[in-house]
Design a protein around this ligand. Sequence first.
Ligand code: ADP
Ligand code: MG
Length: 252
Amino acid sequence: MGKVIAVANQKGGVGKTTTAVNLSACLASLGKKVLLVDIDPQGNATSGIGVNKADVHYCIYDVLINDISPVETTLPTDVEGLKVIPATIQLAGAEIELVPTISREVRLKKALEVVKDKYDYVIIDCPPSLGILTVNSLTASDSVLIPIQCEYYALEGLSQLLNTIRLVQKHLNAQLTIEGVLLTMLDARTNLGIQVIEEVKKYFQDKVYRTIIPRNVRLSEAPSHGQAIITYDPRSRGAEVYTDLAKEVVGI
Ligand code: ADP
Ligand code: MG
């Protein structure tokens, strides 16, 4: 049975997409079969893994709104073992179009049920909001991975995310757990990062991953080349830490 993990935090710029893309690629490099699902209308995971959005025929929008099978929307990537369901800007309309539809919160769950057993992991890159697309992701998932940027106000807004998780657990998906909390973009030159790490560990305790993602220029360059970090620069610090994270997720 494939495990479905949503990468979620309604704050933008905390490292969701970087984590979704690179965790997916590193899991695949460990020999796992992985499906990356982009459910952010910005489609950054889609372009970040090398899919040209202009060439996309069907995207996740068609799965959610037009009942197109996820099989038909799945595309190969340059990383062996990794496939992707892309998102394009068309998805921006879905938040509104889903409102009057039946079973609007469980559409992604139903769609993924058809394909998830073909994979070891399905990783969903959520948009920076707690709207219907994120609720669909949390409803479809076994667990949620929360990236937190090592900066001032790191914990701000997290109560809303945790509240949404509780509501989903109560009404839509009782099985949902917190996979882990990932500290991202640590700047080792400042004391601030250390303070944030302590604060987050006090709050989330053993849910915090041992792996902490530092700021790494290669990680920020890779998406513009349409490559995961392990392809773009396999010897970089970024490749090393996301491989460590993948091992933690697998439990090796
Ligand atoms: P989100 O999906 O939460 O909005 P992104 O993953 O897109 O966040 O990251 C926001 C920006 O920060 C992007 O430009 C990305 O390339 C960059 N970034 C993310 N993680 C790192 C990192 N560890 N080191 C350097 N830059 C990073
Ligand atoms: Mg993103």
